[in-house]
Design a protein around this ligand. Structure first.
Ligand code: PA5
Length: 394
């Protein structure tokens, strides 16, 4: 169950914004709202491929950057126990250009059987492509030329991606990221679902949660209007706070979703995040006493296990909850309002719900701002320059 508390905001009139009508406009006209369909028709193929991966490697390497890795990393971390490695171990790579990272990775996997999944919608992004090509060479040495094609899985767009042509030529298993679903909206496509299925996440339940959010848009409309009004009032930053460290990557996913969807034409809120209570002892000072340019959206969950702390006659969940409420109150007194989103537990249903909720808000909020939610010209700007600089080296 996901519960929204908008108590610190009064008198927000969402009917003025007609978001129902805005949604119709998007669904009629927009070629890139494929994620809204919540198509789960390929779950059998994903599950059987995941089973093959589980049976055939010690380490599963997931290569991708931005929207092509944050979703699965967020969900896998959120739903895995602390201090327990998945079997096979799942390692995300291709999201940096660190030589040390790749070198240490090669050393780490030396005596282990590996399979790799490159996820790239365009099939041309430098970081994943470099790691992919390097790992293909490594696999050729390790397994012998022509002996490792069943160890490679490609997840990409079916049109215009050089990776799809490569998969066909080399008989790699491939999955399609539909052309009408942008990278950061692809978490519920094979881009996110295959790594999650390898981590034994119940992907059908993610869809159940997402469908529940789709049937209940009122809170999403409220939240969308609220953040728009905050922006219009001069707030420039929205901080997404979590009180469970394993939600760190979920906050990273939200940040990417909003930043790339709305940070355009010199408009948009800057999304940042904190992991509390840790960050109350650092950046919390700024939130309380710095310029009043931010507001907060807090995700609070009850932990599965609850530990009784006899000194305080309270459970740790209760103390964490008191901390969250105290922070919200202290910040509110200082002019920093908070929305609290409470999860009765971290599970597939609730995370699926939030995925759809935030995707929907990113789309509708972009309409209120007057920007296109589905492109990322700012990211492409650097990609184009780097490609130009790299080309003569090829
Ligand atoms: O969300 C997005 O669209 C981007 O963050 C992309 O996912 C990121 O740039 C990676 O692109 P690609 O999947 O084409 O390699």
């Amino acid at each position: 169950m996901v519960k929204f508390d908008f108590e610190t905001y009064q008198n927000i009139e969402i009917n003025d914004y007609n978001l129902d009508k805005v949604l119709d406009v998007f669904l009629d006209d927009n070629k890139l709202a494929g994620w809204y369909q919540l198509d789960n028709s390929n779950l059998d193929d994903i599950t059987s491929t995941a089973n093959y991966i589980k049976d055939n490697c010690d380490v599963f390497l997931v290569i991708g950057i931005g929207g092509s890795y944050l979703g699965p990393q967020a969900i896998i971390e959120a739903l895995s126990p602390y201090f327990k490695q998945n079997n096979p171990e799942i390692i995300f790579c291709g999201n940096n250009l660190s030589s040390d990272y790749l070198d240490d990775l090669i050393k780490y996997i030396k005596d282990k059987d590996i399979m790799i999944n490159i996820i790239s919608k365009s099939g041309t992004t430098l970081e994943p492509v470099i790691s992919f090509e390097y790992l293909l060479d490594y696999m050729e040495d390790k397994y012998g030329k022509g002996n490792f094609n069943r160890r490679v899985i490609v997840t990409t767009d079916s049109k215009n991606s050089p990776l799809m042509a490569m998969a066909e030529a080399n008989h790699y298993k491939s999955f399609v990221i539909p052309t009408n679903i942008g990278g950061r909206f692809s978490v519920l496509t094979p881009a996110g679902l295959l790594p999650m299925a390898v981590a034994d996440i119940d992907i059908e339940k993610l869809f159940d949660g997402a469908n529940a959010a789709k049937c209940n848009l009122d809170d999403c409309y409220y939240y969308t209007v609220l953040r728009h009004l905050m922006y219009k009032k001069g707030k420039l930053i929205e901080s997404f706070n979590v009180y469970e460290p394993k939600l760190y990557y979920f906050a990273e996913w939200i940040k990417q979703l909003f930043a790339e969807s709305q940070g355009k034409q010199s408009k948009g809120l800057l999304p940042v995040s904190t992991v509390n209570t840790r960050d109350l002892h650092s950046i919390g000072q700024y939130y309380q006493d710095g310029p009043k340019i931010l507001f907060e959206t807090t995700l609070f969950n009850r932990s599965k296990e609850d530990i009784y702390i006899s000194k305080y006659s309270k459970t740790l969940n209760q103390i964490n909850h008191i901390a969250m409420q105290s922070v919200a109150l202290a910040h509110q007194h200082a002019g920093v309002p908070t929305t609290v989103i409470e999860l009765d537990q971290i599970n597939e249903n609730n995370l699926g719900y939030l995925i759809f909720f935030f995707e929907m808000s990113a789309m509708l909020g972009s309409y209120l701002l007057g920007v296109r939610y589905y492109d990322q010209p700012g990211v492409n700007a650097y990609k184009t320059i780097i490609q130009e600089k790299i080309k003569p080296m090829l």
